[in-house]
Design a protein around this ligand. Structure first.
Ligand code: UDP
Ligand code: MG
Length: 351
């Protein structure tokens, strides 16, 4: 395994969330070691123990004692996979990070291909599952349905068959850190961020050992975070339904008037009175629009994310003297610079 002298040397940070994975950790570290030897740079591993109730933590401490390139973050309780990933990214120091599950369902050899794509210049290389035969039928059917709905509804394009297995550049890690939202749907956040993204395909094997921590409740919560966090369609559907009911009611009312003068049967009362419910729903939808705006503000996402800045003129402000800086800007002040991988090249052209 590569010797690590200073944190600056690290190319790859493996971020691995762990929740009750005692049965698989040994095998994982073995496979990971083989992979790390084949990578074209130094690497570190950050295990985030997400409140495991089994022996995971003591196994992890033993592993970290044996290998100084293994770091551990222990959360005080189970915060959930998405937050564990965030915590791991925040502790990573590499030029890029690889997010992978502990159960070897994200095949380590795929990381070699991801690394190649990253070297080609992609900022996010995500794994695309080509074969989910090993997942339960229930999981496959619900996942397929969910992504179809989510993409129909959502404001950003969240690719289907993509989990959290991915390699991301430092610029993206820093940008993610600038997104302080509490309901973290990491896949949606990556989709929202943009940058140069590409997928690499892999067949998803069965869990190497142990059992899944993602029960139905957690899956539903994840789905809920995805839809509510990245779509206004649910709120808009209330307004549309309300407007529809009001229209039906107005038509029925008009038909009733005509029927009365012509002596014909009148439309059912329920149809005519649907307008009451309709108006209420439209009102709810309108309130929802305001709530949605409050939501947008409260997520405090940056207004935009800059991928790269090319500038030959000298800067006036003293706090940004480096032209090779891409900034995530929130509002007009509070600019936190992000150094991109292209940074060095940009400095060279400037000099
Ligand atoms: N995980 C976690 N916290 C949780 C649930 C899961 O850190 O509350 C980790 C788990 O240890 C694994 C990854 O997230 O490394 C994916 O979980 P799992 O394999 O149970 O999900 P599945 O692959 O069945 O979707
Ligand atoms: Mg799994």
């Amino acid at each position: 395994m590569a010797d690590i002298s200073t944190a600056d040397d690290i190319t790859y940070s493996f971020v691995i969330p762990v929740h009750n994975e005692e049965e698989v950790l040994g095998e994982l570290v073995g496979e990971l070691g083989a992979l790390r030897n084949r990578l074209d740079g130094t690497s570190e591993v950050i295990f985030v123990d997400d409140g495991s109730a089994d022996d995971s933590w003591s196994i992890l401490t033993t592993l970290a004692d044996l290998d100084p390139s293994i770091s551990l973050v222990r959360l005080s309780r189970n915060f959930g996979h998405q937050i564990a990933v965030t915590a791991g990214l925040e502790h990573s120091t590499g030029e890029c990070a690889v997010i992978m599950d502990a159960d070897l369902q994200d095949p380590p050899q795929t990381v070699l291909e991801m690394s190649r794509r990253w070297r080609e210049g992609y900022d996010v290389v995500f794994g695309v599952r080509t074969d989910r035969q090993q997942d339960t039928r229930f999981k496959r059917v619900t996942a397929a349905g969910f992504y179809r709905c989510l993409n129909a509804l959502s404001d950003v394009d969240i690719p289907a068959q993509v989990g959290d297995f991915r390699l991301i550049d430092r610029a993206v890690i820093d940008a993610i850190a600038e997104m302080p939202e509490r309901n973290r749907y990491v896949r949606g956040m990556f989709a929202w961020l943009g940058f140069r993204q590409i997928g690499v395909e892999y067949a998803r094997p069965e869990r190497a050992a142990g059992t899944t921590s993602y029960g139905l409740t957690k899956m539903l919560r994840l789905a809920n975070d995805g839809v509510i966090g990245y779509s206004k369609a649910p709120i808009r559907s209330i307004t549309v339904l309300g407007a529809g009911l009001t229209a039906v009611s107005a038509a029925a009312g008009a038909a009733a008037l005509v029927a009365k003068t012509a002596g014909l049967a009148r439309p059912p009362t329920a149809m005519r009175s649907a307008g009451v419910a309709g108006v209420q729903l439209v009102a709810l939808g309108l309130i929802g629009e305001y709530v949605a705006r409050i939501f947008d503000e409260s997520t405090d996402r940056p207004l935009y994310v800059t991928q790269e800045v090319r500038r030959r003129l000298p800067r006036q402000q003293s706090h940004e003297t480096d032209p090779a800086i891409a900034g995530v800007e929130r509002g007009h002040d509070n600019v936190r610079p992000i150094r991109t991988r292209q940074g060095a090249a940009l400095v060279d052209t400037h000099r």
